[in-house]
Design a binder for this molecule. Structure first.
Ligand code: PEP
Length: 249
């Protein structure tokens, strides 16, 4: 039995006051349950998030990390720095980083290994564009993205990781993959990993991301290979995010 995970991706949103209000709403409203709840905040808010969430049932993390431990990498943030702020999770390979900041599979794999080596949990994102879906290459694209990291980091590293399937055409668009579409890709990903190591594949949480809302979460999370969600827009609203967490119980 896999533990459901609901992770919020705040992206580049929020201010000290809105973050404080959001976290207080989450702490007050969250009923301790089976699901793991994580919020991934912008770097400057991690100290504030740590102060607010310490001792609560909610974990926190970042949305990116450098593959390097320290040095002359202007603008980068190391995994060690994230550890100092109590982060447990790091989102890697989000489609916005792939598309807008030219992150490639090789670099994402290096970041994944840095996060694993530090004992933090990577949330590795994979997903196809609308063009790729319409060309019938969804399985090939997501398998390639997954296997680039499996080949570099080794399959055993995935016993400490989370995978997120996020179709690019569903992110921030209000257009959600149907439960059937999402389940089909989740099953493809799990089977591909199972071809390398069945036990690791069986235990790996695979989250769905792409316009998840309170209204569609339960139906998505009921699919056999969907183990929770990576939530963008709806994670900025305490009530909406709590309802999605509830749907994962
Ligand atoms: C995301 O950015 O990871 C995401 C899933 O966004 P949204 O829920 O807003 O589509």
């Amino acid at each position: 039995m896999r533990t459901p995970v609901v992770a919020g991706n705040w992206k580049m949103n929020g201010s000290k006051s809105t973050v404080t209000a959001l976290l207080q709403g989450l702490k007050q409203g969250l009923n301790p349950g089976r699901a793991s709840v994580v919020v991934c905040a912008p770097f400057p808010f991690l100290g504030l998030v740590a102060d607010e969430l310490s001792g609560s049932a909610i974990q926190w993390g970042a949305q990116n990390a450098s593959q390097y431990p320290a040095g002359a990498y202007t603008g980068e943030v190391s995994v060690g720095m994230l550890q100092e702020f109590g982060c447990s999770h790091v989102i890697l390979g989000h489609s916005e980083r792939r598309a807008l900041f030219s992150e490639q599979n090789e670099q994402i794999a290096a970041k994944f290994m840095a996060v694993i080596d530090a004992g933090l949990t990577p949330i590795l994102c994979v997903g196809e564009t609308l063009e790729q879906r319409e060309a019938g290459t969804t399985a090939q694209v997501v398998e390639e993205q997954l296997m680039a990291v499996v080949d570099a980091a080794g399959v055993i590293a995935f016993s400490k990781a989370i995978l997120a399937y996020e179709p690019v055409w569903a992110i921030g668009t209000g257009r959600t993959a149907s439960p059937q579409q999402a389940q089909e890709v989740h099953e493809t990903l799990r089977k591909r990993l199972a071809a390398v190591d069945g036990a690791v594949a069986d235990k790996l949480p695979i989250l769905y991301g792409g316009s998840v809302k309170a209204a569609n979460a339960a139906e998505l999370f009921a699919c056999p290979d969907i183990d929770g969600g990576l939530i963008g827009g709806a994670s900025l609203d305490a009530e909406a995010f709590l309802a999605i967490c509830h749907a994962a119980e």
